[in-house]
Write a protein that binds this ligand. Sequence first.
Ligand code: GLN
Length: 619
Amino acid sequence: MNDQQLHPVTQETSPILTCITEIYERYRHINEGNVATYIPELAKVNTELFGICITTPEGQIYQAGESEHSFTIQSISKPFVYGLALADHGVDKIMSKVGVEPTGEAFNSIVFDEVHNRPYNPMVNAGAIATTALIKGQGYEQRFKRILTMFEGFAGRSLSVDEAVFESEKSTGHRNRAIAYLELNAGMLEGNLEEHLDLYFRQCSILVTAQDLAVMAATLANNGINPITKQQAVNPEEVRAILSVMASCGMYDFSGEWLYRIGLPAKSGVGGGIIAVLPAQFGIGIFSPPLDARGNSVRGIKVCEELSQRFKFHLFDSHPVSQTCVSRTYTGAMVSSKRQRRAFQREFLDKEGEKILVYELKGDLYFATVEKLTRQLQNNQKTAKFIILDGRRVGNVNSSAITLLSEIKEWYLSQEITLILTGFEEKTQLCLQANGWTDEMFVENIDTALEWCENSLLSQADYQDQTIKDQLSLGDMDIFKAFSEEEITVIAPLFTEFSYQPNEFIIREGEQADRLFLLAKGRATVSLKLPQNEQRKRLTTYIPGIAFGELALFDINVSQRTADIIADTEVICYVLKFDNLQILINKNPEIYIKLMQTFGTTLVNTIKRATLEIRSLSV
Ligand code: GLN
């Protein structure tokens, strides 16, 4: 990382930038407030400096004014060091040492929670000094290195210390020293007190810009992942703890009113900085040195107030959200898998397919959307034996959705209904697996899941396919169902038997279409090569008893094959060259007509099913 290199500002013009610039212009001439003088070095700052920056979890930076000017972080360091202390010791230990109750007092007040013998919270000096005292490490250097590295993780770049400000506060920070001695006296603090104080003064003297603050705030908004470096700077559990204390205590004795008016977890520092966070959406960093009586940046508060009001950023503004996550639903009787079925199987599945329910889901899954889904499922499941939930178009799945989905799973388990999830992202699958979902509940796509459900319905009724070993005779083929033995004997010599090894091409795209195939043994799949993709998309799978390649008989314009058909297993086909039909026309025209009528009926049925499928998919 390079000290000089600040974050890239990619957006030169945008409606958001215009808005921030407008707010910047509106408040830059405000002359209220005074810079902090109790740390002499801070008194030297130029009061006109003013920078605003907003960073999104995707790393988009919007900024106006002097957002690249460096200043000391001061109290904004407190929530971050609190996060590090939590990571070092865990909640229980830290909670016993530092509380989380607002004081209603100034940042440097000398008040303690005497009931629990601890400072009230980590955002006031008393709590922050006690928190820093807990940071692990061998001696001053190593402990400070850990603190600095933690900040660099949040800022996404190397940071340094303003030595002059550090020395200035170290030599004048008698009040903080007094607080620390009182804590030592009360047993709230242990170890080398001067070392702890030096660490505290030094963490306050780390140099940042408004941009850094916005990136740090955006890291908190982004569940701990730095939007620029994409590295996890802090664990999600600590993010929640940090934001909680920022919301309740971050603005000292203005915290209650701040939450009321602006409604964002925030933290200010006497260097003139403020950060504010809207979880999942953005982080704000502002720099403007003049402070109000409570030590909060005057312009900083105004900017946050205006932004929050303009855009309704208040955490408790409830934004109506879509309550539905079902994009469409259909049964296995309306839409079937791409596997071809024998006539008797088709007939069975046209009825029994009602037992398969598919829900294609969309959007984000959270409590409200999944709650509605549970009601829809309950209304429709009377006949269901299989439920397929498809997650291809699902966005985020939050933890309440994971919990609720797992409840749904348990419920179906007890009802002996099979629940299958298709197309969900791997990270969702992992979360669900941690909640007791097993591998076989996840299937790649709806088609494969439908096929599996159909197969299990068929096998329950003893309607399954021929085993791979058996070879059907010509008379067993679906198209010859209505043919007599004599008719079969007449037609048989026109066919030639061909066999194929697994993965062998039976038909190649572009090849001349001059014959029809009857599958006697094995399985074959029609697939399309997808552009720019090594994978093939399955269009359908043929099983014994099924005819294919017959369409070309009726399509006088196209004499070339439009897709590949590949043997999945060892395959045997009875093949009829179209030329041989001439023999039938000459010698047995009545059989020829019957054959054509059969093909006609098959085609009509296929079109009817396709129409039904299109209709149910377009609802
Ligand atoms: N270093 C400062 C102090 O302890 C931090 C205070 C603040 O920013 N509010 O006094």
